[in-house]
Design a protein around this ligand. Structure first.
Ligand code: GTP
Ligand code: MG
Length: 192
């Protein structure tokens, strides 16, 4: 699927109306949220960087399936000031609270499963009743044994939650993720 940039938004700004589902891409700083959006949309519209904390606004993209992807700023980046961190948290929370987003893709570094901030985001999404998929990303960094262990750890940390391995480097998980995103965008298609 392809996507075009809709704009960057800060807390309090009104988000563009849409009939199609809005999907939030969430996760710690530097886990590869923007890279994953680029992988799925076959472009490089989402800005990525070697410097953690690159995405500092909520960036929206409209896909050719009508759905909207929200590329969120990453949380949990240690090197920012307390004030900045607070601002980020407020931005993330305020956008999640608006009920604008229908579904979340929660991206986790497959090498660091069970981090406090990821557990609390997962709890928060469950509490809110927002369906979400956990993507265990950067799996190219793991060997087969480590990958199997990461899968078991994730099942323990996020019981009952759907999980998917992915990598923007090897493109692992791309087709499965596309299929899931397409199904969210057009649920009726899944029934045909
Ligand atoms: P913030 O916007 O800062 O929260 O980061 P992000 O989650 O959007 O991450 P981004 O896509 O900018 O990627 C961060 C770094 O990780 C970049 O150097 C990417 O090249 C690298 N990266 C992203 N995905 C993968 C992956 O699947 N495997 C590996 N090995 N590196 C990746
Ligand atoms: Mg980013």
């Amino acid at each position: 699927m392809s996507a075009s940039f809709l704009g960057s938004f800060v807390a309090g700004q009104e988000l563009p109306a849409s009939d199609a589902p809005q999907i939030a891409f969430l996760g710690r700083s530097n886990v590869g949220k923007s890279s994953l959006i680029n992988l799925i949309t076959g472009g490089n519209s989402a800005r990525t960087s070697k410097t953690p904390g690159r995405t500092q606004t909520l960036n929206l993209y409209r896909t050719d399936h009508g759905s909207i992807f929200g590329d969120f700023p990453g949380y949990g980046f240690a090197k920012v000031s307390k004030t900045d961190r607070k601002q980020w948290e407020m931005l993330i929370e305020s956008f999640l609270r608006t009920e604008y987003f229908d579904y979340a893709i929660h991206i986790i570094d497959a090498r660091h499963i069970g981090m406090e901030s990821d557990l609390s985001l997962n709890d928060w999404l469950n509490h809110r009743g927002m369906d979400h998929l956990i993507v265990l990303n950067k799996v190219d960094k793991l060997n087969q044994k480590e990958k199997a262990e990461a899968g078991r750890e994730a099942q323990r940390a996020f019981p009952g939650q759907p999980l998917l391995f992915a990598s923007s480097v090897t493109r692992e998980g791309k087709r499965e993720l596309e299929k899931i995103l397409r199904t969210i965008a057009a649920p009726s298609e899944a029934l045909r």
